[in-house]
Design a protein around this ligand. Structure first.
Ligand code: SF4
Ligand code: SF4
Length: 342
């Protein structure tokens, strides 16, 4: 499968498998730059990043300068006001070493209050429209974890593209948002193909994410090896076999709906608790054995978790409405049972 799609009314025509720029902030600059160059050399022509992904824009900028190849760049900012958004466009241009960015998105529109803020007078959308008039960006998109917000975005028609979570652990967008957006000529970019790293089977994740036609899918990539694996899957048979469907059903029933997507939107915790790691400790033990509870980072994380004051700040921030303090409590009970040898 190597077909290209056009992102709605933008006219941007790209390969369906793009490059997600979150994980390259976790590796060395050299590795990050080499990975981006490698992906572009293999044929990637759409890269997505964000002001929020620390070094990601800078590293992509270095890679683009080194390759000298022309690709479609998408980035985004979580600013809510026109002035701050306009300023972030300038920073992105500088970091990405570009005169123009093809797609600039309002990033992580959590709920209707934020949506109202960014689309009102003086809001982020106004800043992006100004940047577009000035020729700094070409098209304007929006990203959200909320299907309700994206439904409203489609109705209002103020944005040219949407970015939506879609994986076999979060499959609802295929019924609601994706078909409606495409029918309204709004470009669809699919994120969280691995549900924030919870899914560890690339073949299942990528095939499933590519199934609804007409979208661009952007799995996060931090190494050449991971890129090559994804790229090979993309070029292989797109059909999910019966066995693969069964594997997907097994993973779906293992996780249910309430699981942490490791997005870190719940941070910062005033007690410094690494929330996603604490509530993911059971699966860490499953993978690496119970000894990890008594050393290194997991041990420190558990100690920090004991300081949870149940202040509720994380609850307000988690887009998946996970009962975080309760999950922390249950995890600690489980950890204590393991440590006491019950
Ligand atoms: S409820 Fe606990 S984990 Fe959540 S922000 Fe407060 S202290 Fe941190
Ligand atoms: S608890 Fe919620 S906000 Fe925090 S990492 Fe998990 S899914 Fe994301």
């Amino acid at each position: 499968m190597t077909e290209k799609v056009i992102l709605g009314n933008t006219g941007i025509k790209v390969t369906r498998l793009g490059f997600g720029g979150i994980p390259i902030q976790r590796v060395s600059e050299k590795e990050a730059v080499e990975t981006v160059i490698h992906a572009i050399d293999r044929g990637v022509d759409f890269i997505d990043t964000s002001r929020a992904y620390t070094t990601s824009e800078t590293r992509i900028g270095i890679a683009l300068r080194e390759t000298g190849k022309d690709i479609v760049l998408a980035t985004k900012s979580q600013q809510h006001s026109a002035d701050k958004m306009r300023r972030d466009v300038e920073i992105s241009l500088k970091e990405l070493q570009r005169d123009k960015i093809e797609l600039y998105q309002c990033h992580f529109i959590r709920d209707f209050d934020v949506y109202k803020k960014i689309t009102s007078r003086g809001g982020a959308l106004e800043g992006l429209l100004k940047a577009r008039d000035e020729g700094l960006i070409e098209h304007i998109g929006i990203t959200s974890h909320s299907l309700d917000v994206l439904d409203r975005v489609i109705d209002d028609g103020l944005f040219e593209t949407i970015m939506v979570c879609y994986s076999f652990l979060e499959p609802k967008a295929a019924e609601r948002v994706i078909p409606r957006a495409l029918a309204n000529n709004i470009g669809v970019i699919v994120m969280k193909v691995f549900s924030g790293g919870v899914i560890d089977n690339a073949r299942l994740a990528i095939k499933y994410a590519l199934a609804p036609e007409g979208t661009v899918v952007i799995p996060g990539v931090e190494s050449k090896e991971i890129f090559d694996e994804n790229w090979e899957i993309y070029h292989g048979d797109p059909t999910l076999s019966r066995k693969e469907r069964e594997e997907i059903r097994a993973i779906q029933s293992e996780f249910g709906k309430q699981f942490c997507r490791r997005c870190d939107y719940c941070q910062p915790c005033p007690e410094g608790i690494p929330i996603q790691h604490v509530i993911g400790i059971k699966s860490m033990v499953k993978r690496m054995g119970p000894d990890i509870l008594q050393k290194g980072f997991p041990k420190i994380a558990i100690e920090q978790a004991r300081n949870c004051t149940e202040c509720g700040q994380c609850l307000e921030r988690c887009p998946y409405e996970l009962p975080i303090p309760e999950l922390i409590k249950k995890t600690l009970e489980w950890v204590d049972e393991q440590l006491s040898g019950k």
